[in-house]
Write a protein that binds this ligand. Structure first.
Ligand code: NDP
Length: 449
């Protein structure tokens, strides 16, 4: 297996995030490969780790001062072995091909865990939406989709939101797509309810994270009631994780953005969460403004020179990293463990660095990776696609029921797979094995394509 990693590193030396993602999969599925030597034949693993297609394109656009800019657009179509490509679009200056490939691989496994089988993809651009006007965002999205539209479609590739791509961006992307294609098809998910969206799609990833955490606790005879929870991030996933945690009786004391974190020892309530939603989604302001209104709260400014994030030093029962990948480093994990954290559930994909995950395993901290815990987003995306195909709309209650059942099923699949291969209780290993088996069997069935 090290030869696979060596070859990947030699071919694409700059893609260390992708190499890390591959290593995680290979480590987790080692017991499967031991039991099934046939999975090492026919270049099955090599095929799994090479995207079926990678599209790189120029995105030229003009700002409000009539200055021209050129960004790079990317879509990594990793695998369509079990369904059409599905995955987010990310607009953030940190975007690289290595990051998008690692997210696309993550989605291959995550999407395989959901009841509606879908393939895996991810895409985006190094464009920074921060501080841009609505018209600038619209022009950028239109230019982006003017190329992407050729490669996507309801049976081919169905993008959705991710960091920097929310309801506003999906609207602009879909509008231009519809015009260019001259057809109204569900080729994006996360659409507004008024024009083809599903109830609860916006809430789905965060709500799903909490349902997953509730399953993990229930397996230990516990519940979220009264648990002190840290949530990081203040975007889509973080807001809805915090909202559902509060609704289920937990005490949520933090949120953050890339500038810093807020710590409200009294805990959030629905009114405070509404305030944060308005602050971040409508005013697009910084999370630090929370303490101007709620003076009992503390603002912890982020110091990028530190090798840890002060947020994770706050004592808690449960931690929900919901901002970005590798936001929990080894040092952060040490603080969490020293303060007695019992449960770490990732809302963000690959939120914990590998050394942090190792520490959680060593110390017996219950840990769920994003590829299992944040699958609620893609579960409801699948439901949105199903509603679009049938041209009907389910109620929020119906979607919530299916989301909750979906998360319960994913939790059960992870535990069963881990148990079957001698790693009982390890959700990281179980998620990788369950997803891996589904995809490699499809690859074997379908021949060398
Ligand atoms: P948003 O853009 O809505 O929010 C991201 C939040 O994280 C913002 O508060 C942002 O701060 C913060 N953040 C982003 N980058 C960094 C960084 N480098 N350091 C510190 N903070 C950062 O994104 P989402 O909530 O949609 O996504 C968050 C995570 O969840 C991602 O890992 C994504 O892949 C994952 N995810 C999202 C799904 C979805 O449906 N949206 C589904 C499944 C997973 P600021 O406001 O300062 O930029």
């Amino acid at each position: 297996m090290t030869d696979i990693l060596r070859k990947l590193a030699a071919r694409d030396p700059g893609e260390k995030e992708f190499h890390q993602a591959v290593r995680e999969v290979l480590d987790a599925v080692a017991p499967v490969l031991e039991r099934h030597p046939e999975y090492r034949r026919n270049a099955l693993l090599e095929r799994l780790f090479e995207p079926e297609r990678t599209i790189l394109f120029r995105v030229p656009w003009m700002d409000d001062r009539q200055q021209f800019h050129v960004h790079r657009g990317v879509r990594v179509e990793m695998s369509s072995a079990i369904g059409p490509y599905k995955g987010g679009l990310r607009f953030h200056p940190s975007v690289t091909l290595g990051i998008l490939k690692s997210l696309a691989l993550e989605n291959v496994f995550k999407n395989a865990l959901t009841p509606l089988s879908m393939g895996g993809a991810h895409g985006g651009s190094d464009f920074d939406p921060k501080g841009r006007s609505d018209t600038e965002i619209m022009r950028f999205c239109q230019s982006f989709v003017a190329e992407l539209f050729r490669h996507i479609g309801p049976h081919t590739d169905i993008p959705e939101g991710d960091i920097g791509v929310g309801a506003r961006e999906i609207g602009f992307l879909f509008g231009m797509y519809r015009k260019l294609r001259n057809e109204f098809t569900g080729s994006f998910t996360g659409k507004s309810l008024d024009w083809g969206g599903s109830a609860l799609r916006r809430e789905a990833a965060g709500y799903g994270v909490v349902y997953f955490a509730a399953e993990m606790l229930a397996a230990r005879g516990e519940s979220l009631e009264g648990k002190v929870c840290l949530v990081s991030g203040a975007g889509n996933v973080a807001q809805h994780t915090a909202e559902k945690l509060v609704a289920m009786g937990a005490k949520v004391v933090s949120l953050s953005d890339s500038s810093g974190a807020i710590y409200d020892e009294e805990g959030f309530d629905p009114a405070k969460i509404d305030f944060i939603k308005r602050l971040k989604n409508i005013r697009r302001a910084r999370i630090g403004e929370y303490v101007d209104k709620y003076s009992q709260a503390v603002y912890l400014e982020r110091d990028l020179r530190l090798d840890h994030n002060p947020l994770w030093k706050i004592p808690c029962d449960c931690a929900f990293p919901c901002a970005t990948e590798h936001e929990i480093q080894r040092k952060d994990a040490e603080h969490l463990v020293a303060n007695g954290v019992r449960l770490v559930v990732e809302g963000a994909s690959m939120a914990s660095a590998p050394e942090a995950v190792r520490l959680f395993e060593e110390r017996g901290t219950a840990y769920a990776p994003g590829k299992a815990a944040n699958a609620g987003g893609v579960v409801v995306s699948g439901l949105e696609m199903a509603q679009n195909s049938m041209r009907l709309t389910w109620t929020a209650e119906e979607v919530d029921r299916r989301l909750r059942a979906g998360m319960k099923g994913i939790h059960r699949s992870c535990l069963e797979a881990a148990e079957r291969y001698g790693r009982a209780g390890n959700i990281l290993v179980g998620a990788n094995i369950a997803g891996f088996l589904k995809v490699v069997r499809a690859l074997l069935d379908q021949g060398l394509v």
